[in-house]
Design a protein around this ligand. Structure first.
Ligand SMILES: [Fe+2]
Length: 311
């Protein structure tokens, strides 16, 4: 090959590398607000909330002031948090997460639950210097409602918000552990009859079980959007199983989940199973693999709307 072609090749590769680095820097530092409007049959009035997930103790602005200001501007009725707001690494700290929640508690009702990182620190308090107890105490003192395998009926609505915590064994690398729907019932009870059940459950892969349990809306995280997203052809067949958007076409798809699953079925976005809608956050932060590519940090905004009756 002529020297001139080698030169051009090197320049092209260098430019591509710089572009990729710029995309990663952008995606790891800029928050995209993604809004979902979900019609819900039987819902009595609109409920508008922001859903946080997988912050992993990152900070947007000093003490998360930029992120808090962004949320305030959305004027939600409530803020929900689906877990993994910090990292289960000894000594890693949780201040950025606490500062964010404290700011939000000044303006909104805040309902929180555990992700696998909180669960791990809860299970092994000595290894993590009792981080979980300190963290939850600070949040409760700030006014957050911390729900673990528990529920709350949301005031002035017919919504019951339930938080289901999966055991740590369900988050192991490479492995997909079986879950029976009765296990959910045994831990959080049956879905409330005559109410709209919103379920926070950190791991999205069990959507089938959450739907069988009776959730109208599921809020999940954990997958970080599949970390690196690339164009992908999706099929009608998968759409029928509730794993993809309807129809056939091209969408962006995540290539790897934090538990080292390649091309996770549920990577981020909205998924349906029967009458159940799952909103899967792509998360706000990163941990083991500190990269996001075509996958900016995400803040989820949800508007649950009553279904209008035809006259
Ligand atoms: Fe997680």
């Amino acid at each position: 090959m002529d020297n001139i072609y080698i030169k051009y090749l090197i320049i092209i590769i260098a430019v591509l590398m710089v572009v990729c680095i710029l995309i990663v820097v952008h995606d790891m530092n800029c928050v995209k607000v993604r809004k979902y409007v979900i019609p819900v049959a039987g819902l009595e009035k609109t409920w508008h909330f922001v859903f946080l997930s997988d912050l992993h103790n990152m900070s947007f602005g000093k003490n998360n002031s930029r992120l808090a200001a962004r949320i305030k501007k959305l004027k939600p009725d409530a803020v929900l948090s689906g877990g993994d707001l910090y990292n289960s690494k000894p000594g890693a700290g949780y201040n950025n997460a606490v500062e964010l929640i404290k700011k939000l508690c000044e303006n909104f009702p805040v309902y929180m639950t555990n992700g696998n990182h909180e669960t791990k620190t809860k299970l092994y308090p000595k290894d993590f210097d009792h981080q979980y107890e300190k963290y939850t105490e600070e949040l409760k003192a700030a006014g957050a409602v911390y729900l673990v395998n528990d529920y709350i009926d949301i005031e002035d609505t017919n919504i019951r918000l339930t938080a289901y915590e999966l055991d740590h064994g369900y988050f192991r690398h490479f492995i997909r552990k079986r879950l029976d729907t009765v296990q959910i019932e045994n831990v959080v009870g049956r879905a409330a009859e005559g109410k709209i059940n919103v379920l926070m459950a950190h791991h999205p892969i069990y959507l089938k079980n959450y739907a069988e349990w009776g959730a109208s809306v599921v809020l999940s995280g954990h997958i970080h959007g599949g970390i690196v997203r690339i164009p992908w052809i999706y099929s009608r067949k998968k759409a029928e199983r509730g794993e993809e958007k309807s129809g056939t076409g091209i969408r962006m798809r995540g290539i790897i989940a934090p538990m080292i699953w390649l091309f996770p079925i549920f990577d981020g976005g909205l998924f349906k199973r029967g009458n159940t809608t799952m909103i899967l956050s792509r998360g706000l932060g990163t941990h083991s693999i500190p990269v996001r590519f075509f996958n900016p940090c995400e803040l989820v905004e949800v508007v649950m709307e009553p279904v209008k009756q035809a006259h």
